[in-house]
Design a protein around this ligand. Structure first.
Ligand code: SAH
Length: 222
């Protein structure tokens, strides 16, 4: 029964997932590692039952508490930018766990994921979802991600799923030398740009990619 639920059927079947992957390829996602993991990860278990039939549309969907599960294209794009120049990463910090879908994708591609969320009920849902998938290399923290996660720093990768107008200093400080951070930066509701920050021996190297729309990066816990 559980097997069937994970695998899905009809609008949540493997065939439907395959069509999403074909669409991501058309949209320019080229990293085979990312495509392979997204092909086999059931996105429908991360959303409410009532939305399961829409889980493989390439759109963001509501997950409650005014938040959304990121659009599959965005998850794929951020993950491929994170892994572009490396085989894998050891420690990755994720800010904005949400329902845990991006967390689950990362956990299958890197050694360890450290995921921070400021809304407790969402973190609880994410834990249930990633446990269903028996992913064991994830640690969760209920906190304001603006502080990063000092205890486990430095990180080889940081992926931020909410948009601040400026990159929090703690995140820059907790990035390892040679490490990369993928983050949407910009005003709330305004133009946000996906940036990749690489920490070098002497400073930070910034590249700009897609223009995007993310929920705001908020301070404090809810
Ligand atoms: N990758 C998630 C994205 C959820 S939306 C998913 O696909 O489900 C972004 C998330 O970032 C929300 O859950 C929001 O609560 C969280 N967030 C916003 N600001 C944050 C902060 N300062 N610290 C931690 N989480 C934050």
């Amino acid at each position: 029964m559980m097997q069937r639920h994970l695998q899905g059927s009809g609008m949540t079947s493997q065939r439907t997932r395959d069509r999403l992957i074909a669409r991501l390829v058309e949209e320019g996602i080229a990293d085979e590692r990312v495509l392979a993991v997204m092909r086999t990860t059931p996105r429908h278990i991360f959303v409410d039952e009532a939305l399961a039939s829409r889980a493989y549309e390439d759109t963001a969907l509501p997950i409650g508490y005014n938040q959304t599960i990121s659009q599959p294209y965005i998850v794929a794009r951020m993950t491929e930018l994170l892994l572009e120049n490396v085989e894998t990463l050891d420690k990755v910090l994720e800010i904005g766990t949400g329902c845990g879908y991006q967390t689950a994708i990362l956990a299958q591609l890197v050694n360890e994921v450290y995921s921070v969320e400021r809304i407790l009920p969402l973190q609880k849902k994410a834990k249930v979802h990633t446990e269903l998938l028996t992913l064991k290399n994830i640690r969760y923290s209920y906190s304001d991600g603006g502080w990063g996660w000092e205890e486990y720093a430095p990180f080889d990768g940081i992926l931020v799923a909410a948009a601040p107008s400026e990159i929090p200093e703690a995140l820059l400080q907790q990035l390892a030398i040679g490490g990369v951070m993928i983050i949407p930066v910009g005003k709330q509701g305004g133009d946000q740009t996906l940036q990749r920050i690489t920490r070098t021996e002497s400073g930070f190297y910034v590249e700009e990619f897609d223009s995007v729309i993310f929920v705001p990066f908020l301070a404090g816990k809810e």
